[in-house]
Design a binder for this molecule. Sequence first.
Ligand code: AMP
Ligand code: GLY
Length: 443
Amino acid sequence: MTTLPGRVNVLLIGSGGREHALAWKLRQSARLGDLWLGDALNPGLAMLGKPVDVPVDPRAPFQIQRFCDTHAIGLVVIGPEEPLAGGLADVLAAPNRAVFGPTADGARLESDKAWSKEFMRAASIPTAEGRAFTDPEAAKAFVRSRPEPWVIKASGLAKGKGVVVPSTIDEGIAAIDAMMTRRSVGEAGTKIVVEERLKGREVSVFALVDGKSIYVLETCRDHKRLGDGGAGPNTGGMGATCPVLGADGKRIVDGHTLSRIEREILLPTVDALRRESIDYRGVLYLGLMLTHAGPKVIEYNVRFGDPECQVLMARLKSDLLDILLATGSRRLEEVNIEWAEGDDGAAAVCVVLAGKGYPGASSQGLPIEGLDRAAALEGVRVFHAGTRRGPNGGAVTHGGRVINIVGVGASVDDARRRAYRAVEQVHFDGKTYRTDIGTDVVG
Ligand code: AMP
Ligand code: GLY
């Protein structure tokens, strides 16, 4: 990869485990100048950069634009979906500044599920059959007319709480009432998508997109359900694995499946974006179901998965700054990404430690112990997600997903053992986690 001379000052937006992992990897780049953080309340992340002292609001962008100019920011990296959907990439792009993350029109792939369903249909991209509704009675009548319970999705952004996979038709009806009538996810549920339930294995595929070309990253698995064996409610993700191996130890997404995903999903998506005059630069995350009829899109996301990003960063050998900068400045053809091999990270497993009660409200302000002990173990990285600095300087819980522990190793089993050894070192009241991350469990 050719490199530009000089250092690059970076502004990173977002404050979860995903952004801590991105910051950790960015810091390894010899070309990194200053790393500025749009939100530095997470103390793990805060240690790696300097806090921005102006509001980061795409609706009132003047101060953050001026900040970027004054501090010669050469690259803005936007981690979460909300600022992307709000148009932060639109207002921060400048001739001498690349942005990693799509503009608001591209972010609609995630922020407007009814639109993205239509987008897929128009481009003949394989996905679940589905329909959008704004009238709850019509949605309920449709659900009742199906022989099987269909999946109910809020069309807008709902912080991972907008999807219900019901096991009965009545549960589906209840979900429609909750979203559309009782507004359980606010405005996001004024429109919903009702879609057929896909069966198969779920994988997360990530492709860098620079407006014209794509570069496919390693495939990951995210374990979405709260409990072992795939039991309990959906969450933002309780753990991730990379690569994704089946019971036979072979990759679930082999070369053949991957080229099918590229041919049938990724390339038609990029073509369709271009037809819509959307200049998409960032990462496109496909939530896929590997069905009997081939890979189908469950959803598009317009950012790295959380916690998939943590395992990707743990395995990435190449310079992240070069990769993100090339993507944001339409130079993806220069990128050649290397992944760690052998003991250094041929595999990575991330275990999420959540607060008691997650995905509902969970307690805040509880002291977290053992983070340093865990991080000192061989092949272990510890990322902060929902944490804050406590009154005596140590980290305390801040609700939701609290800590992410990543084990790396020569094999998935190895990485898994290392991660769980570190999990035992970390303590806080109500620590909740799955014990089967990195196994071949479905769900
Ligand atoms: P999403 O927020 O769209 O990723 O949905 C959350 C989770 O719900 C997904 O990761 C799947 O496990 C599940 N899900 C969503 N849509 C479907 C579908 N059409 N068929 C089966 N499972 C689904
Ligand atoms: N890990 C799922 C997500 O980031 O949406």
